[in-house]
Ligand binder design. Sequence first.
Ligand SMILES: [Zn+2]
Length: 89
Amino acid sequence: MTQVTTKQVKQAIRDGHAWPGGYTIFLIADDCQPVCTKCARQEWKNICDSMYKDIKDGWNIIGIDTLQGDKEHEGDCTCAHCNIDIWTI
Ligand SMILES: [Zn+2]
């Protein structure tokens, strides 16, 4: 997997949704759990810390993805931290 940079994560948090398409952006942490951009914004310091020091504590972002299609076909996507249904963001 390509290394994600803090710059890319920051941009993803700022955007929230992909353009074009308007797909909801979410982050994938080192434990392979999805993290919503709202949590990522709140925990930005933790994310930077974990990414710079390569700490595997669930805040080390390894991927940026978007939700495309619909929940029925793609399955659940729930934030590992606030338990929000990312489809509803
Ligand atoms: Zn969240």
